[in-house]
Design a protein around this ligand. Structure first.
Ligand code: NAD
Length: 334
């Protein structure tokens, strides 16, 4: 039986703002549970139920998950710098509340649960390709707590079918735009400053176009339970060095004036993620390229969809988190 009622935590974030309309178009009845830290505008005109709430509020999750067929859990403090800004707050959102969230999944009779982990759980690996069974050596607290939630999920007493997604870095335009992710940063710098600065350059970074990412989540909703239950999937496509990404961006932006400069970096993360398993088990292979992602951002920029793209906290998680007061009240924009 099709799972039609889907709750998406963090559904107003970057991935969520593309995923929620995608699910609605495919006939799902979607409920977004979010603090709307980046405002409600990204979901304007989308026929989904909105619940303004904190995933640390277990009573709210108990109430809102009840009667849902599926939950996709995206909400979190979603990058290293934002997490490090206030590690205690980050841990409270990314880890401490996870057992309560799983209890609400169990008690609500939810039949499918998808957890958004991250390919950053692998850290720096020597092997040429990291697969789902490769050892994980997360380098930061953000990645460490992603992995610890995976472990909690594996130990949980859940009847629901569940799966863990380990996405690569997502790229491309979404209504709630993030301009703090590698391809997106390079693109906006090429457009606004006509100059790209690459830090390091040789590190390999795995990428996934946001349109493929949202389709992958839908595939996880629709797959027969026996194919995905208790499984972990890398979800990535093109793995390139940061220098190569810069060249791809420069070419796709198509402005000969754009320059590329290289500076030293101490960010050592470098890994080549292999996502064959997702294609093999589920018959889904990503098909949108990094060039497609760059072009989607260029088009949005030309349409005037970004205001002060280099400094606006709406597009840069660390800047917004510096302003937000998540002790209770939030300063989220309307
Ligand atoms: N974007 C990527 O490249 C990427 C890569 C790998 C994994 N992921 C994972 O995918 C998920 C979505 O990432 P994103 O880029 O859309 O992040 P995002 O920061 O754009 O969105 C996160 C959303 O969660 C909400 N949120 C934060 N704390 C909350 C709380 N306590 N209660 C309720 N809502 C809260 C925010 O308001 C925001 O709408 C995250 O779990 C992230 O770790 C993202």
């Amino acid at each position: 039986m099709k799972l039609t009622k889907v709750a998406v935590t963090g559904g107003a974030g970057y991935v969520g703002s593309a995923l929620v309309p995608h699910l609605v178009v495919h006939g799902y009845d979607v409920k977004v549970i979010d603090l709307f830290l980046y405002g409600e505008k990204p979901l304007e005109g989308v026929r989904a139920t909105r619940v303004r709430g904190d995933i640390r509020d277990e009573a709210l999750l108990q109430r809102e998950f009840r009667g849902m067929d599926a939950v996709i859990h995206l909400a979190c403090v979603s990058n290293d710098p934002s997490f490090e800004l206030n590690p205690e707050l980050g841990k409270s959102i990314n880890y401490d509340c996870f057992p309560g969230l799983l209890r609400a999944v169990r008690d609500g009779g939810v039949r499918r649960f998808v957890y958004a982990s991250s390919s950053s759980v692998y850290g720096v690996r020597e092997e040429p390709e990291v697969r789902e069974d490769s050892p994980c050596t997360p380098l930061t607290d953000y990645s460490k707590f992603k992995l610890l939630c995976e472990e909690l999920l594996r130990e949980a007493d859940l009847e629901a079918t569940w799966a863990i997604a380990r996405p690569s870095t997502v790229c491309g335009y979404a209504p709630r735009m993030r301009l703090d992710l590698v391809v997106n940063i390079l693109t906006i710098h090429a457009l606004v400053r006509k100059a790209i600065t690459v830090f390091g350059g040789s590190q390999l970074r795995p990428n996934i176009n946001i349109e493929d990412m949202v389709e992958a989540y839908r595939v996880l909703l629709e797959a027969p339970p026996e194919l995905i239950d208790r499984q972990t999937f890398n979800i990535g496509y093109e793995n390139y060095s940061v220098s190569r990404l810069a060249e791809i961006v420069r070419a796709a932006v198509g402005d000969p004036q754009v320059t590329v400069a290289v500076k030293p970096s101490d960010d050592l993360r470098s890994y080549h993620v292999n996502s064959d398993r997702f294609a093999r088990v589920l018959g889904f292979a990503p098909r949108r390229t990094i060039e497609d992602a760059v072009r989607s951002i260029v088009a949005a920029w030309r349409e005037g969809r970004f205001q002060d793209p280099l400094t606006n906290p709406l597009y840069h998680n660390i800047r917004l988190m510096q302003q937000a007061d998540l002790g209770g009240r939030t300063t989220s924009p309307r």
